[in-house]
Design a protein around this ligand. Structure first.
Ligand SMILES: C[S@@+](CC[C@H](N)C(=O)[O-])C[C@H]1O[C@@H](n2cnc3c(N)ncnc32)[C@H](O)[C@@H]1O
Length: 211
């Protein structure tokens, strides 16, 4: 990617600059649930944020290519991975997925909450993500399926795709893929003031059949 900062990158850098840590540092619950049983190989994390997932994968023996549009996020991923003692297993790649995509094939391609208030060609990126899964490998797409339970009603009107819509948008050849999970998952999460709340996620997990 060029060294110039695009408006999309600036948006995300500004968000990350608001605090030393934006996300919890923990891996996403859906990743832990869906990937714990997988044998380690080479994983691609799309929109890795501050690296919670990449570090969890690396601590389980995965080599991880961690991508993000934000240099601030990637610098944190690098720092936290080093602090966790897995920096040698995590490669950060700075890119705008709307423009380019990492080369190669991967045993796991994971997109966790690759969603943005900025324009993002998510469906196109996810189709490219599917193409990057090696035969026998896994595609895992997790996203918001609804706004948080504590959001005001006007924010509840934002439309988020359900798991079946995400799967259909991938337009995959059915004989080449095994559908392993396609569902909504409701999980408890505290709201900003510590009040109990609920998040609804969409989870799509697919295995690419061996050729
Ligand atoms: C909602 S955050 C999710 C971060 C992380 N996957 C997680 O679950 O904690 C979305 C991430 O996608 C990144 N992102 C947004 N647009 C992107 C783009 N066009 N190319 C690459 N990364 C992008 C953002 O910088 C941000 O780190």
């Amino acid at each position: 990617m060029s060294t110039a900062t695009s408006q999309d990158e600036q948006f995300w850098n500004d968000l990350y600059d608001r605090s030393d840590r934006i996300w919890s540092g923990n891996p996403n619950a859906a990743l832990v649930r869906e990937a714990t049983h997988l044998s380690p190989g080479h994983a691609l994390d799309l929109g890795c944020g501050e690296g919670g997932d990449a570090i969890w994968l690396a601590s389980r023996g995965w080599r991880v290519t961690a991508t993000d549009i934000s240099r601030v996020a990637l610098a944190r991923t690098r720092r936290y991975a080093d602090e966790a003692g897995v920096g040698h297993l995590v490669d950060g790649e700075h890119l705008d997925l709307a423009v380019s995509f990492p080369a190669g094939e991967f045993d796991l391609v994971s997109a966790q909450f690759l969603q943005s208030p900025r324009e993002l060609p998510r469906e196109r990126i996810l189709r490219r993500a599917a193409a990057a899964v090696r035969p026998g490998g896994t595609l895992l797409v997790v996203g918001h399926a609804a706004g948080p339970s504590w959001a005001p009603p006007e924010h509840q009107e934002t439309l988020f795709p359900r798991a079946r819509e995400v799967l259909d948008s991938l337009a995959l050849a059915e004989d080449q893929w095994e559908e392993q999970r396609c569902e909504e998952w409701s999980r408890p999460q505290e709201g900003p003031d510590g009040q109990p709340g609920v998040m609804l996620d969409s989870i799509v997990r697919l295995r690419r059949r061996e050729r």
